[in-house]
Design a protein around this ligand. Sequence first.
Ligand code: 13P
Ligand code: ZN
Length: 277
Amino acid sequence: MKILDMTFVRGFIRMADDGFRMGWHERNGGNLSYRIKPEEVEIISPRLRHDSPFVPIGASVPDLAGEYFLVTGSGKFFRDIKDDPEATLAIIQIDDKGENYQLKWGLVEGGKPTSELPSHLMNHAVKKRMTDGRYRVIYHAHPANIIALTFVLPLEDEVFTRELWEMATECPVVFPDGVGVVGWMVPGGEEIAIATSRLMEKYDAAIWAHHGIFCAGEGAHSTFGLMHTIEKSAEILVKVLSMSQSKKQTITPDNFRDLAKAFEVSLPEKFLYEKDK
Ligand code: 13P
Ligand code: ZN
């Protein structure tokens, strides 16, 4: 079967294009990865190459040894993915130590996987372990409203989660575990990958101050939906803060507790703190 006809590839390309059209991927901003299922690898294996050199990942991910990933290429524009997936995307396999990767398909005009490969793979390793392998998608985007908030809110998980939850009743139901935040760090390396993957042990979303956000999920649909929900909530918060520094009314901690009961989600009390009036 042609690789481009595979359902997971089509879903990946649609997600990338949806993200571009949302305005979250200026130039080459953002990156996306999918941990391919063994049965999908089996179908595409006659169309994979095996002669590429092994290249260091820049991080150690022994729990992902032997796994295959579909990833966006570094410096490739999300705008181009739909029209030229073979030049903008790559399928890679991790070696048996979890230290190197090998290009198996794609990047036909040259290039390498996203510079955020260490963060993607370390997040995949955490989510694979913590969800019994259910989570397969890691998505990094540059949505303007989330980034804007990192200039005016304290960079604390509790504050970001609570403020985003207050902006839309659906938020605590969509991300009941909350969101994490890391302060500004140099992107593209192991240090930021370690910091992000630590947050992924607690949350499905990790905000990078003055840069963007990573989301994790089972599939393309749910992971895109999480990104969309968080950014929409951030947009409302930006509008509210632009109109006034104080809210006349909002969703209260007790409202959240009622919501948790009605929707059968558990909302950690650390996010339901009392605020100074
Ligand atoms: P890449 O083009 O290497 O994926 O980098 C884009 C980006 O968003 C870095 O954080
Ligand atoms: Zn980025």
